[in-house]
Write a protein that binds this ligand. Sequence first.
Ligand SMILES: N[C@@H](CCC(=O)N[C@@H](CS)C(=O)NCC(=O)O)C(=O)O
Length: 211
Amino acid sequence: MLTVHHLNNSRSQRILWLLEELGVDYDIRAYQRDPESRRAPAVLKTVHPLGKSPVIEHDGLVVAETGAIIVYLLDTFDADPALRPERGTQDFIDYVHFLHFAEGSAMLPLLLALYTGFLGEAAKPIQPLITNEIRSVLDYCEYSLIRSAWFAGGRLSGADFNMIFPLEAARARGLLKGYDACNAYIDRVWARPAYRRALERGGDYDYGPKG
Ligand SMILES: N[C@@H](CCC(=O)N[C@@H](CS)C(=O)NCC(=O)O)C(=O)O
Protein backbone atom coordinates (compact mmCIF):
# COMPACT_ATOMS: atom_id res chain seq x y z
CA MET A 1 0.00 0.00 0.00
CA LEU A 2 1.11 3.51 -0.75
CA THR A 3 0.96 6.05 2.09
CA VAL A 4 0.77 9.81 1.58
CA HIS A 5 1.88 11.92 4.56
CA HIS A 6 -0.58 14.71 4.01
CA LEU A 7 -0.58 18.10 5.73
CA ASN A 8 -3.80 20.12 5.72
CA ASN A 9 -3.85 23.16 3.37
CA SER A 10 -0.66 22.19 1.65
CA ARG A 11 1.16 21.16 -1.48
CA SER A 12 0.44 17.50 -0.79
CA GLN A 13 -3.10 18.01 -2.11
CA ARG A 14 -1.67 17.80 -5.63
CA ILE A 15 -0.26 14.32 -4.93
CA LEU A 16 -3.74 13.14 -3.94
CA TRP A 17 -5.02 14.57 -7.23
CA LEU A 18 -2.34 12.68 -9.20
CA LEU A 19 -3.10 9.40 -7.39
CA GLU A 20 -6.79 9.83 -8.15
CA GLU A 21 -6.03 10.46 -11.84
CA LEU A 22 -3.84 7.34 -11.91
CA GLY A 23 -6.44 5.25 -10.07
CA VAL A 24 -3.87 4.07 -7.51
CA ASP A 25 -4.99 2.86 -4.06
CA TYR A 26 -3.48 4.86 -1.23
CA ASP A 27 -3.74 5.59 2.48
CA ILE A 28 -3.54 9.06 3.92
CA ARG A 29 -1.69 9.78 7.15
CA ALA A 30 -3.07 13.18 8.05
CA TYR A 31 -1.17 15.95 9.91
CA GLN A 32 -2.49 19.33 11.03
CA ARG A 33 -0.55 22.59 10.88
CA ASP A 34 0.01 24.43 14.14
CA PRO A 35 -2.81 27.01 14.07
CA GLU A 36 -0.46 29.87 15.05
CA SER A 37 2.89 29.14 13.45
CA ARG A 38 1.36 27.26 10.47
CA ARG A 39 4.27 24.81 10.75
CA ALA A 40 3.97 21.05 10.35
CA PRO A 41 4.11 18.93 13.53
CA ALA A 42 7.61 17.75 14.49
CA VAL A 43 6.54 14.11 14.11
CA LEU A 44 6.82 14.51 10.32
CA LYS A 45 10.60 14.58 10.82
CA THR A 46 10.41 10.92 11.82
CA VAL A 47 9.20 10.17 8.29
CA HIS A 48 11.77 12.34 6.47
CA PRO A 49 14.45 14.66 7.94
CA LEU A 50 12.98 17.76 6.29
CA GLY A 51 9.70 17.35 8.16
CA LYS A 52 7.72 18.73 5.19
CA SER A 53 4.76 17.50 3.24
CA PRO A 54 4.27 15.83 0.83
CA VAL A 55 6.19 12.67 1.56
CA ILE A 56 5.14 9.24 0.35
CA GLU A 57 6.07 5.72 1.41
CA HIS A 58 5.79 2.85 -1.02
CA ASP A 59 7.37 -0.62 -1.07
CA GLY A 60 9.80 0.38 1.70
CA LEU A 61 10.89 3.55 -0.13
CA VAL A 62 10.45 7.09 1.16
CA VAL A 63 10.11 9.88 -1.42
CA ALA A 64 10.04 13.59 -0.52
CA GLU A 65 9.73 16.74 -2.69
CA THR A 66 6.64 17.04 -4.87
CA GLY A 67 8.47 16.95 -8.22
CA ALA A 68 10.38 13.82 -7.21
CA ILE A 69 7.16 12.18 -6.01
CA ILE A 70 5.42 12.98 -9.30
CA VAL A 71 8.30 11.42 -11.27
CA TYR A 72 8.31 8.36 -8.98
CA LEU A 73 4.55 7.86 -9.31
CA LEU A 74 4.61 8.24 -13.08
CA ASP A 75 7.57 5.86 -13.41
CA THR A 76 5.78 3.33 -11.20
CA PHE A 77 2.14 3.60 -12.21
CA ASP A 78 1.81 5.47 -15.52
CA ALA A 79 2.53 2.55 -17.85
CA ASP A 80 0.92 3.93 -21.05
CA PRO A 81 2.39 6.59 -20.51
CA ALA A 82 -0.65 8.86 -20.41
CA LEU A 83 0.81 11.72 -18.37
CA ARG A 84 4.28 12.00 -19.95
CA PRO A 85 4.70 13.40 -23.47
CA GLU A 86 6.84 11.51 -25.91
CA ARG A 87 10.61 11.99 -25.47
CA GLY A 88 12.30 14.11 -28.11
CA THR A 89 9.31 16.42 -28.54
CA GLN A 90 8.83 20.04 -27.44
CA ASP A 91 5.99 18.83 -25.21
CA PHE A 92 8.45 16.59 -23.35
CA ILE A 93 10.86 19.51 -22.87
CA ASP A 94 7.97 21.63 -21.56
CA TYR A 95 6.90 18.78 -19.25
CA VAL A 96 10.36 18.60 -17.63
CA HIS A 97 10.65 22.40 -17.60
CA PHE A 98 7.36 23.06 -15.80
CA LEU A 99 7.82 20.12 -13.45
CA HIS A 100 10.90 21.98 -12.14
CA PHE A 101 9.70 25.56 -12.72
CA ALA A 102 6.82 25.16 -10.22
CA GLU A 103 8.98 24.79 -7.11
CA GLY A 104 12.31 26.02 -8.52
CA SER A 105 11.06 29.41 -9.79
CA ALA A 106 7.33 30.08 -9.43
CA MET A 107 7.03 29.48 -5.69
CA LEU A 108 10.03 31.61 -4.69
CA PRO A 109 8.55 35.13 -5.11
CA LEU A 110 5.22 33.96 -3.66
CA LEU A 111 7.02 32.69 -0.56
CA LEU A 112 9.12 35.86 -0.36
CA ALA A 113 5.92 37.93 -0.37
CA LEU A 114 4.52 35.75 2.41
CA TYR A 115 7.61 35.87 4.61
CA THR A 116 8.44 39.56 4.10
CA GLY A 117 4.79 40.28 4.93
CA PHE A 118 5.72 39.47 8.55
CA LEU A 119 8.28 42.30 8.53
CA GLY A 120 5.83 45.17 7.99
CA GLU A 121 7.56 48.49 7.14
CA ALA A 122 11.00 46.90 7.16
CA ALA A 123 10.12 44.96 4.00
CA LYS A 124 9.12 48.06 1.99
CA PRO A 125 12.42 48.50 0.09
CA ILE A 126 12.28 45.01 -1.44
CA GLN A 127 8.55 44.79 -2.06
CA PRO A 128 8.65 46.28 -5.59
CA LEU A 129 11.27 43.70 -6.56
CA ILE A 130 9.13 40.85 -5.23
CA THR A 131 6.00 42.23 -6.92
CA ASN A 132 7.85 42.40 -10.24
CA GLU A 133 9.08 38.84 -9.86
CA ILE A 134 5.56 37.58 -9.15
CA ARG A 135 4.25 39.47 -12.17
CA SER A 136 6.96 37.99 -14.37
CA VAL A 137 6.08 34.43 -13.23
CA LEU A 138 2.35 34.99 -13.79
CA ASP A 139 2.90 36.67 -17.19
CA TYR A 140 4.95 33.67 -18.25
CA CYS A 141 2.25 31.23 -17.08
CA GLU A 142 -0.39 33.27 -18.92
CA TYR A 143 1.68 33.28 -22.11
CA SER A 144 2.21 29.49 -21.82
CA LEU A 145 -1.48 28.78 -21.24
CA ILE A 146 -2.54 30.99 -24.16
CA ARG A 147 -0.26 28.84 -26.35
CA SER A 148 -1.65 25.51 -25.10
CA ALA A 149 -4.42 24.30 -22.81
CA TRP A 150 -2.00 22.46 -20.48
CA PHE A 151 1.57 23.27 -19.46
CA ALA A 152 3.08 20.61 -21.73
CA GLY A 153 0.87 20.84 -24.81
CA GLY A 154 -2.71 19.86 -25.51
CA ARG A 155 -2.93 17.11 -22.87
CA LEU A 156 -2.73 16.94 -19.10
CA SER A 157 0.79 15.89 -18.00
CA GLY A 158 2.81 15.40 -14.81
CA ALA A 159 3.86 19.06 -15.01
CA ASP A 160 0.29 20.22 -14.34
CA PHE A 161 0.23 18.52 -10.95
CA ASN A 162 3.13 20.67 -9.81
CA MET A 163 2.03 23.89 -11.51
CA ILE A 164 -1.47 23.95 -10.06
CA PHE A 165 -0.26 24.92 -6.57
CA PRO A 166 1.53 28.20 -7.36
CA LEU A 167 -1.44 29.26 -9.48
CA GLU A 168 -3.96 28.34 -6.80
CA ALA A 169 -1.85 30.17 -4.21
CA ALA A 170 -1.70 33.24 -6.47
CA ARG A 171 -5.47 33.16 -7.02
CA ALA A 172 -6.15 32.77 -3.28
CA ARG A 173 -4.13 35.97 -2.69
CA GLY A 174 -6.09 37.87 -5.35
CA LEU A 175 -3.12 38.04 -7.73
CA LEU A 176 -4.79 36.50 -10.78
CA LYS A 177 -7.08 39.37 -11.76
CA GLY A 178 -6.82 39.84 -15.53
CA TYR A 179 -4.96 36.56 -16.06
CA ASP A 180 -7.76 34.95 -18.05
CA ALA A 181 -5.85 31.91 -19.30
CA CYS A 182 -4.53 31.11 -15.81
CA ASN A 183 -8.03 31.41 -14.32
CA ALA A 184 -9.54 29.23 -17.06
CA TYR A 185 -6.78 26.66 -16.46
CA ILE A 186 -7.52 26.46 -12.72
CA ASP A 187 -11.23 26.10 -13.46
CA ARG A 188 -10.42 23.29 -15.90
CA VAL A 189 -8.44 21.46 -13.23
CA TRP A 190 -11.08 22.05 -10.56
CA ALA A 191 -13.75 20.53 -12.83
CA ARG A 192 -11.90 17.21 -13.12
CA PRO A 193 -13.63 14.37 -11.22
CA ALA A 194 -10.24 13.11 -9.95
CA TYR A 195 -9.44 16.55 -8.50
CA ARG A 196 -12.82 16.58 -6.73
CA ARG A 197 -12.27 13.10 -5.32
CA ALA A 198 -8.85 14.19 -4.04
CA LEU A 199 -10.46 17.18 -2.29
CA GLU A 200 -12.97 14.92 -0.57
CA ARG A 201 -10.22 12.62 0.66
CA GLY A 202 -7.76 15.36 1.64
CA GLY A 203 -9.98 17.55 3.83
CA ASP A 204 -9.11 21.22 4.51
CA TYR A 205 -7.69 22.93 1.44
CA ASP A 206 -8.01 26.73 1.49
CA TYR A 207 -6.58 27.11 -2.03
CA GLY A 208 -9.27 25.00 -3.71
CA PRO A 209 -12.78 25.71 -4.96
CA LYS A 210 -15.22 27.18 -2.47
CA GLY A 211 -18.32 25.05 -2.16
N1 LIG B 1 9.46 22.16 -2.45
C1 LIG B 1 8.83 21.30 -1.48
C2 LIG B 1 8.18 22.17 -0.43
C3 LIG B 1 7.60 21.37 0.73
C4 LIG B 1 6.94 22.30 1.74
O1 LIG B 1 7.45 23.38 2.04
N2 LIG B 1 5.77 21.88 2.22
C5 LIG B 1 5.04 22.70 3.17
C6 LIG B 1 3.56 22.52 2.92
S1 LIG B 1 2.95 23.45 1.58
C7 LIG B 1 5.29 22.26 4.58
O2 LIG B 1 5.45 21.08 4.85
N3 LIG B 1 5.27 23.23 5.50
C8 LIG B 1 5.31 22.98 6.90
C9 LIG B 1 6.59 23.37 7.57
O3 LIG B 1 7.50 23.84 6.86
O4 LIG B 1 6.66 23.24 8.77
C10 LIG B 1 7.83 20.39 -2.18
O5 LIG B 1 7.27 20.79 -3.20
O6 LIG B 1 7.60 19.24 -1.73
